[in-house]
Design a protein around this ligand. Structure first.
Ligand code: LER
Ligand code: MN
Length: 269
C-alpha cells in the first residue's frame, strides 16, 4: 500500500475535501516534504496544465501521480454523464475521456465521481445506468491502452443516487462486463452508507482499486471518531496494493491534515 495526498487547483472546489490548494510546484514540494509517495490531482480540465510540467514536477520530487480527479467537469463546467440533454452528456464524455488521456500519459488512472450525476424524473434509473455503463466502458477501454485501470467511485446519497455502496457497484461492473474498471472506496462515503465497512471491502475485494483515506467527519484520519484498524486489517487481508489517498478537508490547516494522515499510515511503511 502506498500513500497519496490531494492537490486541488480548481477555484470552484476551494472549499472541497482537498489537503493542498497551492500552485503545483509548491503542492508537489509539500507532498514530498511530508513523505507521501504520490499526489492525487484535481485540475480544471485536461488542458489546464501541460502534461510535461506535471511530469517534470513528479520526477523532481520523486513522486508518482496516484490518480487524476474529474470533478471539475461537474463543479466547474456543469457536466454530467447522465444529463437529460444529449449535448451535455456528449460534453461530459468528451471531458472524461480527455482526462483519462491526461492521466494515462502520467501513468495514472482517472476517477469518475460527481460527473456520474443521478437519475431523475426525466431520466429513469435504468436509462441512467445504461449511460453510466457506456461511459465506463469507453473510459475503461481508453485507460487500458495506457496500461492503467479506470476508477469509479460510489458516493453518499447526498451526492448521487446511482451507487452508494461498494457491493452493488461491484455487481454492476460484473453484470456489464466492465473489466478494466475498479472501485474507489472512499471511507467518508462508506461511513455514511455501509453497514460494515470492513465487510464491504472484503466482499468487493476483487474490484477495490483505490482508497480515499478519510475519517468520519472528512478530516484527516485520526481527527474524527472512526477506527482505522479494522479497515487496515481487511486491506491487508485482501492484499490491497493501491493508494491510501488523503481526500480530506484541510482542517485545522493543510499541514496538520497532511501530518496526521502520514501518522495514521506509519504502520504500512
Ligand atoms: C470525490 O472523490 C468525492 O469523494 C466526492 O465527494 C466529491 O464530490
Ligand atoms: Mn472521494
Amino acid at each position: 500500500m502506498r500513500t497519496a495526498v490531494t492537490l486541488c487547483r480548481v477555484p470552484e472546489a476551494a472549499a472541497g475535501p482537498f489537503v493542498f490548494h497551492d500552485p503545483l510546484p509548491d503542492g508537489f514540494a509539500k507532498a514530498a516534504a511530508f513523505g507521501f509517495d504520490a499526489v492525487e490531482l484535481f485540475l480544471e480540465g485536461p488542458d489546464a496544465v501541460r502534461v510535461e510540467e506535471i511530469e517534470a514536477l513528479r520526477q523532481r520530487h520523486g513522486l508518482a501521480i496516484a490518480a487524476v480527479g474529474t470533478g471539475a467537469g461537474m463543479v466547474k463546467h456543469g457536466l454530467s454523464l447522465t444529463d437529460v440533454h444529449p449535448e451535455k452528456r456528449r460534453g461530459a464524455l468528451d471531458f472524461l475521456l480527455r482526462m483519462v488521456e491526461l492521466g494515462g500519459r502520467l501513468g495514472a488512472p482517472a476517477i469518475l465521481g460527481s460527473m456520474q450525476g443521478r437519475w431523475t424524473a426525466e431520466v429513469p434509473r435504468e436509462q441512467a445506468l445504461d449511460w453510466l455503463a457506456a461511459a465506463l466502458r469507453e473510459a475503461g477501454n481508453l485507460a487500458a491502452k495506457h496500461g492503467v485501470p479506470f476508477i469509479y467511485e460510489p458516493l453518499n446519497r447526498y451526492e448521487t443516487n446511482l451507487f452508494n455502496q461498494l457491493v452493488p457497484a461491484a455487481e454492476f461492473l460484473d453484470e456489464r462486463g466492465l473489466e478494466n474498471v475498479v472501485l474507489l472506496a472512499d471511507l467518508f462515503h462508506m461511513n455514511i452508507e455501509e453497514r460494515d465497512m470492513a465487510e464491504a471491502l472484503r466482499l468487493a475485494a476483487s474490484r477495490v482499486g483505490h482508497v480515499h483515506w478519510a475519517d468520519t467527519n472528512r478530516r484527516a484520519m485520526g481527527l474524527g471518531h472512526g477506527d482505522p484498524a479494522p479497515v487496515l486489517a481487511v486491506l491487508r487481508e485482501i492484499s490491497y496494493a493501491g493508494y491510501l489517498s488523503a481526500e480530506v478537508l484541510p482542517l485545522p490547516d493543510p499541514e496538520t491534515a497532511a501530518r496526521r494522515t502520514i501518522l495514521s499510515l506509519s504502520c504500512i511503511r
